[in-house]
Design a protein around this ligand. Structure first.
Ligand code: PGA
Length: 233
């Protein structure tokens, strides 16, 4: 069971430090759940520092496929490793929709990160229009096709219509999509999309839901800690 908090473009270093001090305190006795926070690049270092000596991991929100080079605005896997990050998210729907990332690029990012020893959370998920058109499985098949099963890879199923909308997939919808993804790729699958303390236990209770990637509700330490606790049941 993995609960990861995707902070998106929230929390600079000062706020990140404050959050991590409090998370560390609240989760001191947590067992049976792996926890990760994914701050913006500029807050990674302080998160690594504050969470040193705990089981709470720190991951980036993206990573480039090359080791170094003329790629303005990008960060490589070795840079993240040097910083002490354990992994990175790749292919978040906001990267795909707002920044033009493609399946091919997502595959390259995932492969390079895994090869360099980072863990990867690779995001997939259909839009509302794709679901309504009955294309969910085709979309998932296409997005998964660029990934290969590896020990340090997990997939996050994040239906785009459920992200930041308050519209959570029902546990049944999530379960069905997760089972389908696992039939294509044998890796753990996290659910993401409006996960909150109130719906976490039911979603995490589905047989093929192996954790959660939490956006909005991961920004508040109380609600994020409550979701982590829901993962112990
Ligand atoms: P949300 O975001 O929990 O705010 O819906 C999830 C995500 O984008 O990873």
């Amino acid at each position: 069971m993995l609960i990861a908090g995707n902070w998106k473009m929230y929390k600079g270093p000062a706020e990140a430090a404050e959050f991590c001090v409090e998370l560390r305190r609240r989760l001191a006795d947590l067992e049976g759940v792996d926890v990760a926070v994914c701050p913006p690049f500029t807050s990674l270092a302080v998160a690594v520092q504050v969470l040193a000596g705990t089981d709470i991991a720190v991951a980036a929100q993206n990573v480039h496929w090359d080791e170094e080079g003329a790629y303005t605005g990008e960060v490589s896997a070795s840079m993240l490793r040097e910083l002490g990050a354990y992994g990175a998210i790749v292919g978040h729907s906001e990267r795909r929709q707002l920044f033009g990332e493609t399946d091919e690029g997502v595959g390259k990012r995932a492969r390079a990160a895994l090869e360099s020893g980072l863990s990867v959370i690779a995001c997939v998920g259909e839009t509302e229009a794709e679901r309504e058109a009955g294309e969910t499985e085709d979309v998932l098949r296409r997005q998964i096709s660029v990934l290969e099963a590896e020990d340090n890879l997990v997939v996050a199923y994040e239906p785009v219509w459920a992200i930041g909308t308050g519209k959570t997939a029902t546990p049944e919808i999530a379960q069905e999509a997760h089972a389908f993804i696992k039939s294509l790729l044998d890796v753990p699958v996290l659910y993401g999309g409006s996960v909150k303390p109130e719906n976490a236990a039911e979603l995490l209770g589905q047989p093929d839901v192996d954790g959660a990637l939490v956006g909005g509700a991961s920004l508040d330490v109380e609600s994020f800690a409550a979701i982590c606790l829901a993962g112990t049941r």
